[in-house]
Design a protein around this ligand. Sequence first.
Ligand code: 5GP
Ligand code: MG
Ligand code: MG
Length: 183
Amino acid sequence: MRAADISDDLTEILVTEEQIQDKLQELAEQVLVDYEGKDLLLVGVLKGAVMVMADFARALPRHIMMDWMAVSSYGTGTRSSGVVQIRKDLDTDLHDKDVLIVEDIIDSGLTLSWLLENFASRGAKSVSVLALLRKPDAMKVHVECRYVGFDIPNDFVVGYGLDYAEKYRNLRDVAVLAPHVYA
Ligand code: 5GP
Ligand code: MG
Ligand code: MG
């Protein structure tokens, strides 16, 4: 669906579908160069990163492998709890792998910093991060993110995979959720 279909629920469109696709194309070109001659495992963090993974992986003109992990640190609210729980683990042995974690958004950074440590402890050769969105003002821990799509203000956003109570993931753009929806 498009923002116009649910305009009462949104206050502002932050990133359009077209801007997202252009940015993913640009990031894919960088990743292509940076990982030349290396096998590359993309790890998508469910469920928010599903759209980013689908479009980013297809923007890459080379072979990659793909795996998924589900962690939770949010529940159905809009605040980070800081407690990370594995809900679905990887199928892949990370030993000696060059891993690129594909994320929807870096908010507090707590989920990613936990994941980076966890993947390093499994013996990955390298672990880097690609995040479509980042909220610099919300970060509680520093996370090295090699590929960032857009820095955005510290508002709760939905769309392009990002949900509120499991809804809005199928919105094509990224938009700020109107406070009356979750008040
Ligand atoms: P963290 O706070 O650990 O960096 O973010 C953990 C997860 O919370 C993100 O991967 C994302 O799924 C979710 N999250 C963080 N900020 C937002 C937001 O503004 N909107 C939505 N829908 N989810 C968010
Ligand atoms: Mg996520
Ligand atoms: Mg969520």
